[in-house]
Design a binder for this molecule. Structure first.
Ligand code: ARG
Length: 429
């Protein structure tokens, strides 16, 4: 008993508080950027109760409630916590390139995921969508974060991606036939696909991930070649939607992108080869495009050293520039482009590096910030709860120095992080 108590006491500082204590916080800052309003309000003040924002105003319009804990972020701009719509917390690019990933047991990936979750949160990303893992490990991570056992962002997890034999989702093709390796989500035909969706839902996933083309990092797959028939894709989407879950579809090539949209996809991941028809289909169907335009730089400079196959490097050389031009076209056409980076291909915690590329390829800083806040929340079905700074929103807040509307790279250095009213970084003034 004594040992147990000692263990609990010793472990206490490492354990993040489960819920925001029933406390009231009065937070003031040099400025505040609500993405919905789109401008910085100076001398901002916010009142937070039990992990939620209850009122928003200025230091002169809002006074500190009796007994409130005061947090002063002078000279800083407060924004909603950022949302990355495409990460793989189990992956580490320096250890998992090409064949090297096969040398690690599954447990190591889980350990990396724990540290990656913390790095992601400390970089200001208070919510992420984990768009696939080998099994159900990220669901356990999600629950451990939610129960305050480890620090991390709020996680929406997909579980094993559902996809065809030999496809980009789950199979990846690294091992020879005698290894008889097959991914957890691999299926053939609409009914088997439905069964995989049902299995994922049974174990508690938050959304379904599938693939309608090949990919850069799967062996022997082509970016332009569709994967899954329209019937298979429609079955996956129907089964997921029937159960109230959204579907994220990995698609680089044009035909696969259109197949996915026509099948009812909610988000298209990568969306590299967009033509005008694909863009208007996405717009007409209210589909969000999650385009990971930063990681190409990391792969092309570090990939070879990390063991990435030459085949993948060659695919990356082909797709990187094209995807950036597609991004420009999609933004210009007014498509809904959300912030998704595919962190794991590059180191977790560097997620915000993508903001400046989004501005370089056609967004205003405000559009890029909305892509990672209000628009991402909308894509998650969480408008008014996440990615916002008004009464009723979760108290997920970050603070940066400088004006991110002037220079969006200000988001690369986050000085303060709060999630659901709990401070994880800064705020000791
Ligand atoms: N997971 C994706 C794939 O393997 C990453 C693509 C990265 N490259 C890019 N230009 N977005 O296909």
């Amino acid at each position: 008993m004594k040992h147990l108590l000692l263990a609990i006491t010793a472990a206490a500082p490492l354990i993040a508080p489960v819920h925001a204590a029933a406390e009231t916080i009065y937070l003031t800052a040099g400025g505040m950027l609500d993405p919905a309003a789109g401008r910085i309000v100076e001398n901002a003040a916010l009142i937070i109760e039990d992990g939620k924002i209850v009122s928003v105003g200025t230091m002169s319009s809002l006074t500190a409630p009796e007994g409130a804990r005061e947090i002063t972020l002078s000279g800083k701009t407060v924004l909603p916590g950022l949302i990355d719509m495409h990460v793989h917390l189990t992956g580490d690019p320096t250890k998992g390139g090409g064949y090297s990933a096969l040398g690690y047991p599954g447990e190591r990936f889980v350990i990396w995921a724990v540290t990656n979750a913390e790095k992601t949160l400390m970089a200001g990303f208070t919510t992420v969508r984990n768009t696939g893992a080998d099994g159900y490990e990220v669901l356990a991570l999600r629950d451990a974060v939610n129960e305050g056992e480890i620090p991390g962002p709020r996680i929406f997890a997909a579980g094993p991606p559902v996809g065809i034999v030999g496809g980009h989702c789950s199979d990846n093709n690294y091992l020879p036939p005698e290894a008889e390796a097959t991914g957890e989500g691999v299926a053939t035909g609409p009914w088997e696909m439905r069964a995989k969706v049902r299995q994922n839902i049974k174990y508690g996933v938050d959304f379904i991930k599938t693939c309608s083309t090949g990919g850069v990092f799967s062996k022997g797959t082509l970016l332009g070649a569709p994967q899954g028939t329209p019937e298979e894709l429609a079955a996956i989407v129907d089964e997921a939607h029937m159960r109230g879950l959204k579907v994220a579809v990995h698609a680089h090539g044009t035909i696969g992108i259109k197949n996915a949209i026509r099948a009812g996809a909610d988000t298209i991941e990568h969306a590299s080869y967009l033509d005008d028809e694909a863009i208007s289909l996405a717009k007409r169907n209210g589909v969000y495009l999650s385009m990971d335009i930063y990681n190409t730089e990391y792969t092309l400079s570090e990939g070879e050293k990390n063991g990435v196959l030459e085949e993948s490097l060659e695919k990356e050389r082909q797709v990187g520039g094209v995807q950036r031009e597609s991004f420009r076209k999609a933004v210009k056409a007014g498509a809904k482009v959300v912030f998704g980076t595919d962190a794991a291909i590059y180191p977790h915690g560097d997620n915000a590096m993508q903001f400046s590329r989004m501005v370089q390829f056609g967004m205003t800083p405000l559009q890029a910030i909305r892509a990672a806040t209000s628009l991402a929340a909308e894509a998650l079905g969480k408008s008014g709860d996440l990615g916002c700074l008004s009464a009723g929103c979760a108290a997920d807040l970050i603070a940066v120095s400088g004006d991110p509307l002037d220079d969006v790279s200000a988001l690369e250095t986050v000085d303060f992080v709060m999630k659901e009213g709990v401070i994880y970084k800064g705020g000791a003034e």
